[in-house]
Design a protein around this ligand. Sequence first.
Ligand SMILES: [Zn+2]
Length: 113
Amino acid sequence: MSTPVCPICESSEVLVHSDHYECLTCGHEWPKESLADEPAADRVVKDAYGHVLANGDVVAMIKDLKLKGSSQTLKIGTKSNAIRLGDGDHEISCKMDGLAIGLKACFVKKVNA
Ligand SMILES: [Zn+2]
């Protein structure tokens, strides 16, 4: 965390409010910038049909998917255990057929456990 500095007079005598800053020198007020450090947990992951997925959901394959680096194929309809959402390319971490794998959300649909 860096100390906020007034963009008008460059004073560092700044009052921090819950959603904005206030300069004690010139009285200028400006909003807090929160875009840069938005937590990844707020990311919305949707399945192939646009349903929002959450940690603990169960998903099923909507198409056969050959696993990279193995001869195994996940068959359409294969269900996962409770999923965990993460960052990156493969948003879903889960187990299918006893294998710990990362999946892209576009290959699965949410099922009612
Ligand atoms: Zn100021």
